[in-house]
Design a protein. Structure first.
Length: 232
């Protein structure tokens, strides 16, 4: 480990509020595959573990914080909180891009893609878990994601998921989602509709609503959650 790396690691530890006993774990968490001697020395394995740890701890936080919410509501909040977009934003807010170790194919200090920033945050979660144990990583996640949980919980009833999905798909895939009524049930004065969102040739998990508008909003929410999972 070079003197420059030691200084960078000290600054990184100050940013994240955690001091590593095993500095090699921190180095591994910050090492992109392009900057590693081999892929086993990169943060890919840590990212795999961190994804699971982050999801489990956030689920526990939601379960304890919102005893009045049903599974679907908890899933909706969790999907927003642990999404690639959220992890990338937290990584950016912490300035982790300054410390990421990359190879010649990627310019150090450049505007890294959100997937790289997100993976680094999740790798850091795993590294803290392995270095300090469950209590340390739970404190780290609580400190950085509690605000995200509150925002997701407060805004979940007001979000226009159809507009958000359309903006996302038009930006990333240059197409537009459509909605298909799969099933109807109930009398005319109290019908319920099962609707799914379709993007290109893929159909996403359908959702029920007391009218088509409500069902489409819920179907769009399902699609956004599944897209977030696919990107992780």
């Amino acid at each position: 480990m070079t003197e420059v790396q030691r200084d960078d690691f000290l600054r990184c530890e100050e940013r994240i509020g955690y001091v590593f006993t095993d500095k090699e774990l921190l180095k591994c968490a910050l090492t992109h595959a392009s900057g590693a001697e081999n892929r086993l020395a990169s943060n890919e394995r840590l990212e795999f573990l961190g994804d699971a740890i982050l999801g489990a701890i956030v689920c526990e936080m939601l379960y304890k914080s919102f005893p009045e919410l049903l599974e679907g509501d908890l899933t909706q909040i969790k999907s927003a909180v642990v999404s690639r977009q959220t992890c990338a934003r937290l990584s950016s807010n912490l300035g982790l891009g300054e410390f990421i170790i990359v190879g010649r194919g990627i310019s150090a200090g450049a505007q890294f893609p959100s997937s790289l920033l997100s993976n680094t945050f999740e790798s850091l979660v795993a590294a803290i878990y392995l270095d300090g144990g469950p209590d340390c990583v739970r404190e780290f996640i609580d400190r950085h994601l509690q605000g995200e949980i509150e925002i997701a919980h407060t805004g979940r009833g007001d979000l226009d998921y159809k507009s958000l999905l359309q903006q996302t798909i038009q930006r990333e895939m240059n197409t537009t989602p459509t909605y298909v009524v799969i099933e109807e049930k109930g009398p005319d004065h109290s019908k319920q509709f099962l609707v799914s969102a379709q993007i290109s040739d893929k159909t996403y998990t359908p959702a029920w609503g007391h009218n088509k508008k409500e069902a489409e909003q819920r179907a769009a929410s399902n699609a956004l959650a599944e897209l977030s999972d696919d990107e992780k």
